[in-house]
Design a protein. Structure first.
Length: 197
């Protein structure tokens, strides 16, 4: 951990899943003018003092609980740590992760009112790894935003992929892919679009 990074304060989870699911669906498919949960509305009104994420890599087992934004600016040492955790685990190659992708994760966390870690299925992918995955799967895009550090595939223990998908759609910040068979959701900072595989 670098000296510039700070530990996150963990907020207890609200376990009211039924009403949360209905709320997220109404955001995702209804009026997107709503700001979100009271917690998110308060953060939007007062501005973010700091933003923290908890990430656990599915394939490497690495864990990171980190504040990446504080006092109006991104913390470069923290961004480096996140980029390392989200490296291409096949090749060891790292690439800067788009801070706006981290902001999407942070806002999904607020919408879902969870402090549980994001389980990372896939972060950055080198062009070589992306090409290899394409040879074995029809679900991998030739020009994947994973190769630009602008996409991530995630799960959250105890939260359905459908709820994560709905939170991502409610944000209207980029692409949201729903993979119910593999139980993960893809988020990216590209054009606003959605798909299911």
């Amino acid at each position: 951990m670098t000296p510039t990074s700070e530990r996150a304060n963990i907020v207890p989870i609200n376990d009211n899943r039924f009403s949360r699911r209905r709320f997220l669906q109404s955001l995702a498919y209804g009026s997107l003018a709503l700001i979100g949960t009271p917690k998110m509305a308060e953060a939007a009104f007062y501005g973010y003092d700091h933003k923290s994420l908890t990430l656990e890599h599915h394939h490497t087992g690495e864990f990171l609980d980190i504040t990446y934004y504080s006092q109006g600016r991104y913390i470069y040492g923290a961004l480096d740590e996140i980029s390392y955790l989200l490296r291409d685990y096949h090749t060891g190659e790292t690439h800067p992760i788009d801070p706006y992708l981290l902001d999407q994760l942070y806002d999904v966390k607020l919408l879902l009112e969870t402090s549980k870690p994001f389980h990372v299925v896939s972060g950055y992918r080198s062009p070589e790894t992306n090409a290899n995955l394409r040879r074995h799967s029809h679900g991998v895009a030739r020009q994947s935003l994973h190769m630009e550090g602008k996409a991530i595939d995630i799960r959250i223990e105890g939260v359905s992929a459908r709820d994560i998908r709905d939170a991502g759609l409610a944000l209207q910040r980029g692409g949201v892919g729903f993979y119910p068979g593999q139980n993960f959701v893809h988020l990216d900072t590209g054009d606003i679009r959605t798909w299911r595989k």
